[in-house]
Design a protein around this ligand. Structure first.
Ligand code: COA
Ligand code: AMP
Length: 632
């Protein structure tokens, strides 16, 4: 099949195209209405269809005779555990947990937060929720209690499902005390906290709301999947916005299932029965779509990996997992490859393994630098596909659709729009720019199935954040350009969002925390280049006059504040004290200029700046503190 024809067809006849793709699923009630508008005047897919994600990910495959196929391979170098979980076993665990949640009073439309490490019970919990129409919201384990509390207050869960602990490189992270602290901070208290004890000797503080996960599953009946409307939210996933309040992306059910099933075949090029591995975390969108729902919908064996690309135990872990579990397609973030490359620059560890099973290596989550892409290609000797998407889209927007037609890879570009996405590069006025001119990356409405349906409890923010900037388009928040051959290059965010080790974080949120410290007169937090993590946050502070505390003490305290409020995942480790910050005459801090100086990029001193000497001062502070592109 030819990519251009297939793609153009998806844009010219979206309803026909997607209704045909929807037929790849087993619906309880097939949709007749394909594309319509909701009460907010926004698009929705398959309005009158009925289905269940848990049924499609489990029961259907058992019915088709694949009950004994591995659904999940759990590989945990941090605990030395490996477990093969068949669809039959998955059914047992999920249907009983779903029964348990029902016995606790959870019903269709209720919300439930899942705060779990990368263990099978995290997947069971997600599938158990959708089995009974409960809307889950998975919160990444690297977020601190304060962030968890914000999410509790926003989605008001009836229950939280958690575990005794997670494991990071050489350290145990207790989860239950974090949950207890978040509940104390939150105004809306959940009724139950279901706790899975990993039995690793971690003490679990007891509270009245606690329910033991194992007893709950043991004592509950198996329940069947309920039929939900296609537009029923399957989950809420919070992601960073440009303010301190995260945005709760709502995902539907039928559009999502259709899009994921489509993407497994046409974007990732995997067939049913193949093994697929997305080395991410269930707390991120990649985890939702390509550790859990995509592969399981497509009857692929999914790898659940509890570890890191390095130091668990070394930089060969990824290659061992690929070879041992016969992975056909793998997906990770460029940052993981950079970390491996740093430890094993010649790639000699790869040679220890038979990697002939691997057909494609996909990369996403952040901009992929050319050196990383080339190194990966040279060492793995398979097509390395950079592809672009976001929590909001739920599945790829730009990719080399290898399941349709493998196109020439152009390093630095995430290739072409995926079916259904009419991607345009616009200028400030909303007009399409010419080839090679950088602009705002927007997608003409309607978006294809599977993309965000709204923001939880905040339809106004949904409209103002995504739809009003360029009427008739969804605005991605990214900048980019198309070259003469229509390859799209994403150049980075045009807002206050940064990408640290593939994790999306808001510098505005960090700035709010830094600014709230009593000694800080003013501050700026922005992302600077990091050799391994792509970007890392840097804070500059101006102290109030007459502050007599020790500077290094102040710095430590501020770093601790950000870690306590947002979490370790923010990687906020650098804060510098300066005498003043460069501003425009109207008083706006020039964050981009500060970043460009740190990254040693070419910059022009804006004519509106009051005093150029300030730039020399900032440069001097960076120098003393070893901040700069070549120094981290
Ligand atoms: N629970 C609790 N803490 C967590 C956590 C979790 N699930 N995930 C990360 N953290 C903590 C880490 O322990 C670390 O804490 P520290 O400051 O005390 O050391 C901090 O958050 C930052 O973690 P991380 O970003 O993972 O950095 P690292 O230095 O530990 O490892 C890499 C660097 C590059 C190896 C790692 O970031 C990595 O594997 N990146 C790939 C991530 C990825 O796949 N992203 C894709 C999303 S699509
Ligand atoms: P998240 O919502 O956490 O998945 O982060 C989405 C953001 O990550 C996007 O808006 C981009 O800024 C960035 N991103 C993801 N994938 C890519 C990619 N392949 N190339 C460039 N940027 C990317």
């Amino acid at each position: 099949m030819n990519y251009q024809e297939f793609y153009q067809n998806s844009l010219k006849h979206p309803e026909q195209f997607w209704s045909q793709q929807a037929q790849e699923l087993e619906w309880f009630k097939s949709p007749k209405i394909i594309l319509s508008k909701d009460k907010h005047d926004y698009f929705q897919w398959f309005e009158d269809g009925q289905l269940n994600l848990s049924y499609l990910c489990i029961d259907k495959h058992i019915k088709d005779g694949f009950g004994e196929q591995d659904a999940i391979i759990y590989d945990s170098p941090v605990t030395n555990a490996k477990k093969h979980i068949s669809f039959n076993q998955l059914h047992f665990e999920v249907s009983k947990l779903a029964g348990g949640l029902q016995s606790l009073g959870l019903e269709r439309g209720d919300t439930c937060i899942i705060y779990m490490p990368m263990i099978p019970q995290a997947i069971y919990a997600m599938l158990a929720c959708v089995r009974i129409g409960v809307i889950h919201s998975v919160v990444f384990g690297g977020f601190a209690p304060h962030e968890l509390a914000i999410r509790i207050d926003d989605c008001k869960p009836k229950a939280i499902i958690t575990a005794s602990n997670g494991i990071e490189i050489e350290k145990i992270i207790p989860y239950k005390p974090f949950v207890d602290e978040a509940i104390t901070k939150a105004e809306n208290k959940p009724e139950h906290v279901v706790v899975f004890d990993r039995q690793l000797g971690v003490e679990i503080p007891k509270k009245n709301y606690d329910i033991d996960y194992k007893s709950l599953v043991e004592n509950s009946p198996s329940v069947d999947a309920v039929s939900v409307e296609s537009i029923h939210p399957s989950y809420i996933l919070y992601t960073s916005g440009t303010t301190g309040t995260p945005k709760g992306i709502i995902r539907d059910t039928g559009g999502y299932a259709t899009a994921l099933k489509f993407s497994m075949k046409y974007v990732y090029g995997v067939d049913e029965g193949d093994t697929f591995w997305a080395a991410s975390d269930v707390g991120w969108v990649v985890g939702h779509s390509y550790i859990v729902y995509g592969p399981l919908l497509n009857r692929n064996t999914t790898i659940l990996f509890e570890g890191k690309p390095i130091r668990t135990p070394d930089a060969s872990t990824f290659w061992r997992v690929i070879s041992e579990h016969n992975v056909k397609v793998m997906f990770t973030a460029p940052t993981a490859i950079r970390a491996i490359k740093k430890e094993d620059p010649t790639g000699h560890m790869i040679k220890r393994f038979d990697m002939s099973c691997l057909k494609y290596q996909f990369l996403a989550g952040e901009r992929c630098d050319v050196a990383t892409l080339n190194w990966t290609h040279e060492k793995l000797n398979v097509p390395v596909i950079d592809h672009w998407w976001q929590t909001e889209s739920g599945w790829p927007m730009l990719a080399n659709m290898v399941g349709v037609e493998l196109q020439e890879v152009k390093p630095g570009s995430a290739s072409f729009p995926v079916c259904g996405y009419d991607i345009k590069i616009l200028n400030e006025a909303g007009e399409e720019v010419e080839a090679s001119v950088e602009g705002y990356v927007a997608v003409k409405l309607p978006l294809p199935p599977g993309t965000l349906s709204n923001l939880w409890g905040n339809p106004k923010r949904f409209k103002s954040g995504y739809l009003e900037r360029f009427p008739g388009y969804y605005f991605s928040g990214d900048g980019g350009y198309k070259d003469e051959d229509d390859y799209v290059f994403i150049t980075g965010r045009v807002d206050d969002i940064i990408n640290v080790a593939g994790h999306r974080l808001s510098t505005a949120e960090m700035e709010e925390i830094v600014a709230s410290n009593k000694v800080v007169a003013e501050c700026a937090v922005f992302g600077v280049h990091c050799e391994i993590k792509g970007q890392k946050p840097l804070g500059l502070i101006v102290l109030k006059s007459n502050v007599d505390s020790d500077n290094s003490q102040i710095q430590k305290e501020i770093i601790k504040d950000v870690r306590n409020e947002i979490g370790a995942v923010a990687s906020f480790k650098d804060v510098l004290i300066v005498n003043r910050l460069p501003k425009t005459r109207s008083g706006k801090i020039l964050r981009k200029l500060l970043r460009n100086i740190a990254d040693e990029r070419q910059y022009n001193i804006p004519s509106t700046i009051d005093d150029v000497a300030i730039i020399n001062e900032i440069e001097a502070v960076y120098k003393i503190n070893n901040i700069g592109i070549h120094k981290n």
